[in-house]
Every structure is written in C-alpha cells, then in structure tokens.
Design a protein around this ligand. Structure first.
Ligand code: SAM
Length: 279
C-alpha cells in the first residue's frame, strides 16, 4: 500500500530513520504512480523484476502482490533491515531476493544469467541514474525494458538528439539498445519528502537487435565527448597512437569531415567506430 505523508513519517520515525538527501530518499506516496509504473512495464508473469532502491518497499509490495519475483538492491542498511522484517515471508519463499549493496556495483542485484527475461522497475536514486545505467549497458545481459522514475533533466539528457546541448555519451549508448516508448511527468507531491527537482516516469524498450558498446569504445567516446565542441581533427591530435589510428580509420571509412564536432555525430556513426574497435 502506498503511504500518505503522515504514514510515511510515522514509519520512518518508528525505525528512527531520517530521509537521506545524499541517497535520494524521496519515497513514493501516490498509489496511481505505483500502478502506472506497473502498467507501463507490463511484465509477463514469468519475468523477473529488478528493483533499485526499494526504500520502504511501496513499489516492491505491489510487484510481489502481482506474483512477480523481485530482485531488489538497497544501499541503506536501516532501510534494508526494515525491508527484511516487512517481507520476511517473501524472503523466505524467495519471491523477494534482497541485496544490501550499491546498485552501481551490482546493477541487477542477485539476478543470475539463467534469468532469461527480466525487466527493471525502479524509482531511482537520482544521483546514481547515469552511472547505474552505464553499468547496466556494460553488463553481459540487458533487460527487456526499463521503467524508471528519473529526474526530468537526467531523462532529457539521456534521450537527447545530436546537435543539442544535452547530447552526450550515455545518450549514444542508450540509443543503440533502447527505444523510449513512454514518458509521464510526475508531480513533486507524489513523494515524501517533497523533492527539489522535477521527476518523470519513463518506459524504454530494448530494440530487437540491441547494439552494445564494448568497454574500449565506451571509454573512447566518453573521452572524445569531454571535448565535444572541438573539431574532430583537433581532438584526434591529442589522443594516444592507438586511438589516433582508430579515429583516422573511422573518419576515412565513414567520410565524416574532420571539421565535425563530437556533439554533431549521430549514434549510427558512433556505432561504426565501435565496430572498428571490436574488429
Ligand atoms: N522505491 C522507494 C519508493 O519508491 O518509495 C524508494 C525510492 S528512493 C527515490 C531511492 C532509494 O534508493 C532509497 O531507498 C535509497 O536508500 C536507495 N539508494 C540510494 N543509493 C543507492 C545505491 N547506490 N544503490 C542501491 N540503492 C540506493
């Protein structure tokens, strides 16, 4: 059951917990948003669900009540202890597996590679949304879909198009593997405590043939983007010999002009660079 602000306050008081800003502890208190997350995610009964930052377990409870197996990752030891008590039955019968740890290091918690189809449903701690997504995209298996509550600005950056100020390395990696299907603005009043920033609930679906950038290409693209407004010709000169060779080869093969800047180059052209590195 989603909690009202006063109920949430009471629960927090009963466990002696003060919401930590640093950990993005703004708890969902709106039942419609909890249900909307599930409607957007539309998992099949056999899908495993990964939830990042279960907090007081509002979303977790809804997922469990619908019969899904949930793999949750919570960093805060106080909240993890509360969840272990609240869901002792579900933990015993393994419908909930709780990992107490950092989701950036364990982006899918206790999920194993045997879990064929899985989805992510999460009200993310906003400070880790980008590094966590990078960890997910760098993993061996990526989810079928991700239904995420994000800071509005972060979502805008993730789905930015080339030649806009928000376009960055993560937008490129995401465009290769996912399609943004739905987006829903969420009022600040849906959280306790009320956050300072605007939020948005988004649903992204894995592409039929997702393109995953390997580590070396991700590192190179990220590095090139630190000089996003410099012409590629000038950027190349400052790179290591190996990167210079790769980038020169890429410009030659694609016919991209040396005067182009990183922020103007399309995700498809960056994929070509990644293929050169993998070959
Ligand atoms: N899911 C709950 C809800 O919707 O009410 C809480 C969401 S709250 C926005 C974010 C949660 O993520 C908090 O419980 C916080 O402790 C947890 N968290 C913060 N950083 C984390 C990290 N690096 N790894 C795992 N959980 C984290």
């Amino acid at each position: 059951m989603p909690l009202s602000p006063s109920d949430t306050h009471k629960v927090l008081e009963s466990i002696g917990h003060k919401p930590k800003k640093k950990l993005g502890q703004n708890f969902l208190i709106d039942g419609n948003i909890v249900k909307k997350s599930l409607t957007m995610a539309a998992p099949s009964p056999s899908d495993a669900i990964v939830e990042i930052g279960p907090g007081l377990g509002t979303l977790t409870e809804e997922l469990l009540s619908r019969g899904y197996q949930v793999h949750a990752v919570e960093l805060d030891p106080n909240l993890a202890a509360y969840l272990r008590k609240k869901f002792s039955k579900e933990l015993k019968n393994n419908s909930l597996v709780l990992t107490e740890g950092d989701a950036v290091k364990e982006p899918t918690g206790s999920l194993t590679l045997k879990d064929d189809t899985f989805r992510i449903v999460a009200n993310l701690p906003y400070a880790i949304s980008s590094p966590w997504l990078e960890s997910i995209l760098g993993g061996k298996k990526i989810p079928q879909s991700m239904t995420l509550m994000l800071q509005k600005e972060a979502a805008d950056r993730m789905w930015a198009k080339p030649s806009t100020k928000n376009y960055n390395a993560l937008s490129i990696f995401l465009h290769g593997a996912y399609k943004l299907e739905k987006s829903h603005a969420v009022s600040k009043q849906c959280f306790y405590p009320v956050p300072a920033v605007d939020s948005v609930l988004i649903h992204m679906k894995r592409l039929p043939e997702p393109f995953l950038y390997q580590k070396e290409s991700r590192n190179l693209i990220r590095k090139v983007f630190t000089k996003r407004r410099k012409q590629m010709g000038a950027v190349i000169k400052q790179e290591s010999t190996r990167s210079q060779e790769i980038l020169e080869d890429w410009l030659k093969q694609t016919g991209l002009p040396r005067t182009l800047r990183a922020e103007q180059i399309s995700p498809t052209d960056w994929q070509h660079l990644s293929q050169i590195i993998s070959d």
